[in-house]
Design a binder for this molecule. Structure first.
Ligand code: PAF
Length: 294
C-alpha cells in the first residue's frame, strides 16, 4: 500500500519511462495514489510545438503526465494517409525528454486492435457534419481509441488542442455521456509567426503550398473583420472567405459558422459562434478555426 503523504513526485517516477504494453501501463496506473492528478496528452506522434504546449500545460497542472503516441488506424479512411503519416518515435521521445513527462505510452496496433475487435463508439450528432462529412467514420475511430486510452490511463485531465475543435466537442460529449471521470482541458491553437496553425501534416506542403496554406488563417481574419463591421449574415461572411481561399490556390472542403457547443450551422452569426474550415492545399487537407469575435 502506498504512503501518499511521504512520496514525492520524482521519487515515484525518477525519469521518463517508455511503456508499450497495455497491461504494464494499466499496472503503473493502478500503482498511483488515488489523490494524484494525472494529466494525459493523446497524440499520434510526430510532435510539434502544438503538442508540446499541451504537454507543458499537463506538467504544470498535474502531478503525473502520460503522453501517448499511437497512429490510430481506425480513424483513417480508405485512401487517406495512414501509410504515409509522418512517424519518428525516437525524435518524439527526445523532444518529450525536455519536459517533465513521466510516461510515454506507445502501444502496438495489434495489441490495441486484436483479431475480433468490434466495439465502436459513435457520437452521431457531433460526428457526421464538418470533418465527419468528408471523413466518414473518422470520429468513430477517434472516440473509440480515446475511450480505450482513457480506460488504460484513467487520467484526471486530458489535454487537447482546440485546433481539432470538432474532435474536442465529440470527446467532451463522449466523456460526459459515458460518465468518465476525466476532464478535457482545451488548449489554444499554436501558430507559426505568419499565422499557419501547427499540424503534423504541414510537412506535406512544398514551398509554394506553404504560402498558399496561409489562406486558412487569412479567411478567418476576413470573417472576423466583416463581423466586427456589423455583418452577421453567414452566407455573406462565408462568400468573401471562399473567394479569398480560391484566389490563394486552396480548395474549400467546408467553411461554416457554427454554434460553438452544438456545432450547428447558423444562418446568422452571434458572439458564441465559431468559424470552422477545412481546405485542401494540393492533396493536403488542413483545418483551422477561431471564435468569430476576435
Ligand atoms: O488529435 C489526434 O492526434 C488524434 O485524433 C488522437 C486524439 C490522438 C486520437 O488518435
Amino acid at each position: 500500500m502506498h504512503d501518499c503523504h511521504n512520496e514525492t513526485r520524482k521519487a515515484e517516477t525518477p525519469e521518463l519511462k517508455l511503456v508499450s504494453s497495455i497491461t504494464e501501463m494499466q499496472e503503473i496506473r493502478q500503482s498511483f495514489c488515488k489523490s494524484k492528478s494525472i494529466g494525459f496528452v493523446p497524440t499520434m506522434g510526430y510532435l510539434h510545438q502544438g503538442h508540446l504546449s499541451l504537454v507543458e500545460a499537463s506538467t504544470r497542472a498535474c502531478e503525473i503526465t502520460i503522453v501517448s503516441i499511437f497512429v490510430n488506424p481506425m480513424q483513417f479512411g480508405a485512401g487517406e494517409d495512414l501509410g504515409t503519416y509522418p512517424r519518428d518515435l525516437e525524435r518524439d521521445i527526445e523532444l518529450l525528454s525536455a519536459y517533465d513527462v513521466d510516461y510515454v505510452f506507445y502501444p502496438d496496433a495489434k495489441e490495441m486492435y486484436p483479431a475480433g475487435f468490434g466495439t465502436k463508439v459513435e457520437i452521431p450528432a457531433l460526428s457526421t457534419g464538418l470533418c465527419g462529412a468528408s471523413r466518414p467514420g473518422h470520429f468513430t475511430g477517434v472516440a473509440t481509441v480515446v475511450l480505450k486510452l482513457v480506460n488504460i490511463t484513467r487520467p484526471t485531465q486530458m489535454f487537447m488542442g482546440i485546433k481539432d475543435f470538432q474532435q474536442t466537442a465529440v470527446l467532451r460529449a463522449m466523456l460526459k455521456d459515458l460518465n468518465l471521470q476525466t476532464e478535457i482541458i482545451a488548449c489554444p491553437i499554436v501558430r507559426e509567426p505568419d499565422g499557419l496553425a501547427l499540424s503534423s501534416r504541414n510537412v506535406y506542403l512544398d514551398a509554394v503550398q506553404r504560402v498558399q496554406a496561409l489562406c486558412l488563417h487569412n479567411a478567418i481574419k476576413l470573417i472576423q473583420a466583416l463581423y466586427a463591421d456589423g455583418i452577421t449574415d453567414s452566407n455573406q461572411l462565408i462568400d468573401g472567405a471562399t473567394d479569398l481561399i480560391s484566389e490563394a490556390g486552396g480548395q474549400v472542403d467546408y467553411i461554416q459558422i457554427v454554434d460553438s457547443t452544438s456545432l450547428t450551422e447558423l444562418p446568422t452569426a452571434n458572439d458564441n459562434c465559431r468559424i470552422v474550415l477545412a481546405v485542401f492545399i494540393g492533396r493536403t487537407r488542413l483545418i483551422d478555426n477561431a471564435a468569430i469575435r476576435a
